[in-house]
Design a binder for this molecule. Structure first.
Ligand SMILES: [Zn+2]
Length: 282
C-alpha cells in the first residue's frame, strides 16, 4: 500500500503511465492523490536506492563548457534576488550535484560561508575549493546553519517528511529553508502529458501540487512564508525523450525557453515553485 508522500493520504487513484528517464525502460507509473493532487511513484524503495549507489548512475547530463557557462550566468541572475542582503551566514546546498549553483552563489555573494552536501563521501571535482563539502551522513554531525537550499531535491526523497525534519533540526533560531521543485500545476505537464520532464520517473518519488507542498511542510514542522513561481528549462529533457541527440536537445531548450516562459505566463502557471520556509516554534 503506498501513501501520498505529500499529505499521507491512502486515497490514490489508479496509476497512470509516464515516460521513464532510464534508457532501458520506456514506461513507469505514478498515481495521483485524491486529497492533494500530488502524484506518487509506484517504484519500490529498494530499487530506488540502487539508482543512487554511485554518482555516475544518476541520469543528469554532464554539462559541456557552454552550458556550464550559461548555467552559471542564469544562477547569478537568480541568486542575487534570493539572497539580497545576506552576510556572514552559513549557507548549505543540500543535494549539490556538481556544485554549479553554490559555485555561482559564492562568487556573487562572497561574505557568507558555503557548505555543499550530497550523498557521496568524496567532494565533487567541479566544486570550488573555497566551498566546504560533507556527505549527507556527516551533515548530521555538523553545527547549526542559517540557510539550507534544496534545489530539485525533495522530489527525490523516499521519506520527505523524515528528511525535512532532519534538515529543520540543523537550522538555527532564525534559519530558513529554500525549496525549489516542479509542481503539478505546470501548464507543460498538461501539454507534454506522459513525457513531462517533471515526472522524471524513476528518480522522482513524487511531484507535489502547491497545496500538497504546503501540507508536507507543515507535517515536517515548517511554515511556508513565501512562494515564488520559477521556470527551470523544461525542453532539454523533453527533446531527449523524443530521441534527439543530447547536444541538439540542449541547444533547442535554449531556443524554446522564451516560449516556455510566455506559455506559463499566459496560463498564470509556472513549471516550478520556490518556497521559503521556517521552523514552526511551539
Ligand atoms: Zn496527497
Amino acid at each position: 500500500m503506498i501513501r501520498c508522500l505529500a499529505c499521507d493520504s491512502e486515497d490514490l487513484e489508479v496509476p497512470v503511465a509516464v515516460q521513464s528517464a532510464l534508457k532501458n525502460k520506456l514506461l513507469g507509473s505514478m498515481s495521483k492523490c485524491v486529497v492533494c493532487g500530488s502524484v506518487n511513484s509506484t517504484i519500490n524503495h529498494a530499487e530506488l536506492q540502487k539508482l543512487y549507489s554511485t554518482r555516475d548512475s544518476s541520469n543528469y547530463p554532464n554539462s559541456g563548457k557552454l552550458f556550464l557557462f550559461l548555467k552559471r550566468m542564469s544562477f547569478k541572475l537568480i541568486t542575487k534576488r534570493y539572497f539580497l542582503g545576506t552576510k556572514g551566514q552559513v549557507i548549505v546546498d543540500y543535494g549539490c550535484g556538481g556544485g554549479e549553483f553554490l559555485n555561482a552563489l559564492s562568487l556573487s555573494l562572497r561574505e557568507n560561508k558555503y557548505l555543499a552536501v550530497d550523498l557521496q563521501d568524496c567532494r565533487p571535482k567541479t566544486l570550488l575549493p573555497s566551498i566546504d563539502y560533507v556527505s549527507v551522513k556527516d551533515f548530521q554531525e555538523y553545527g547549526k546553519v542559517d540557510v539550507v537550499i534544496l534545489r530539485h531535491v525533495i522530489e527525490h526523497f523516499s521519506d520527505p517528511v523524515g528528511e525535512l525534519q532532519k534538515i529543520r533540526n540543523k537550522l538555527n533560531e532564525h534559519g530558513e529553508l529554500l525549496i525549489e521543485c516542479p509542481v503539478m500545476e505546470s501548464a507543460w505537464r498538461v501539454l507534454m502529458a506522459e513525457k513531462w520532464p517533471g515526472y522524471f520517473y524513476p528518480f522522482h518519488t513524487f511531484v507535489p501540487t502547491t497545496e500538497g507542498l504546503n501540507i508536507l511542510m507543515n507535517r515536517a514542522g515548517l511554515r511556508v512564508n513565501q512562494l515564488n513561481k520559477v521556470e527551470p528549462p523544461v525542453f532539454g529533457v523533453y527533446f531527449m525523450y523524443l530521441k534527439l541527440p543530447r547536444t541538439l536537445a540542449r541547444f533547442l531548450s535554449i531556443i524554446f525557453y522564451p516560449l516556455q516562459w510566455v506559455v506559463s505566463f499566459v496560463f498564470l502557471r509556472s513549471e516550478a515553485v520556490l518556497v521559503r520556509a521556517m521552523p514552526i516554534v511551539e
